[in-house]
Write a protein that binds this ligand. Sequence first.
Ligand SMILES: [Zn+2]
Length: 385
Amino acid sequence: MTSVFDDLVGQEHIIEILQSAATASRDGAQTQEMTHAWLFTGPPGSGRSSAAVAFAQALICPDNGCDICHDCNAAKTSGHPDVEVIRTEGLSIKVEEIRELLTRVAWAPSMGGWRVVVMEDADRLTESAANALLKAIEEPGTRTVWLLCAPTLQDVLPTIRSRCRHLQLRTPSIEAVTQVLVNRDKISPDMALFAAKVSQGHIGRARYFATNETARSNRKVIMQLPMQLGSLASALQAAQTLVDLATEEANLNSESRDEIEIEKLQEAYGKGATGRGMATGGSKAVKELEKEQKSRATRMVRDSIDGALLDLATFYRDVMMAHAGLIESMINSDLRTEIASYASKSHRPTVVQKVSAILEARNHLAMNAAPLVTCEALMCDLARK
Ligand SMILES: [Zn+2]
């Protein structure tokens, strides 16, 4: 029998809790297992939002999340009247958005069970937005279930997290990720293992690497950068290369999505029929959508740079492994020769410093620092002997 929880890799401990909560709370019954605020935390790629969406499906499916019925499908594709998935495209969730959301979810569930709100980036709530949300979570006796997701507990205001039942997801093992890629995505075992390794248990990224040749060739270029860092000029060039590749990759992924969205919106306003609708409400709506898309593109570029920096960090990590003689524990087994040669010419303390420099650059980027300048500063640090 299929289940919405099948896709959660290496999270058996969580699946058990969610399944029993869903079963116990059939049709909106208040039980001990069931509470109306949950917080899913876990490192990127552990599948915290997939877990939350699966739970939402299980709550509204007549069969506890069969993954094949109409309710299950509609919930997954945001087409279910009782399930709302909030994905943030911008860098923060503002109080206006939360207020609007609260009016939308104020009425009773249409099917008589639960109304479920999945918030994928609860760590991006501004303080006032979090406070507005808090009031809704505290309201007793509602039929709305809040499923909040964040990287760690510390990313969420204490007032909110103290009212949520907390579930911590684990990073799935390399073996578990490899298995899923082979069994579910029909990827060859060698490619699956390579992708699982270089993505360090991040299932989405692993699938992306395994199925996307551009991503793999970009990674190759990024992973050669440490060997090319000599002069100041080469450091600046490396920063430019990294930002260019990340931007290109992000744009490639967002452009087709942008076009489809605009097309859909224009259709909704009656495009082609020289409609008055298009002239009045339509063009304003398109402008707003374009603004949203721009902010999403900015975020995707940042995410893409962050991914490249994570890749780069694995290079230096592997150099430390080589120093320690732990060749077998290398992530980048495809770069064994390069890493060994780099290791023979470097000392452990400086390599440790380089890893910290990368982490620091990631923190700066997360706090909205300008990407190119941040990467230039980083590459200069990495170029230092
Ligand atoms: Zn179902």
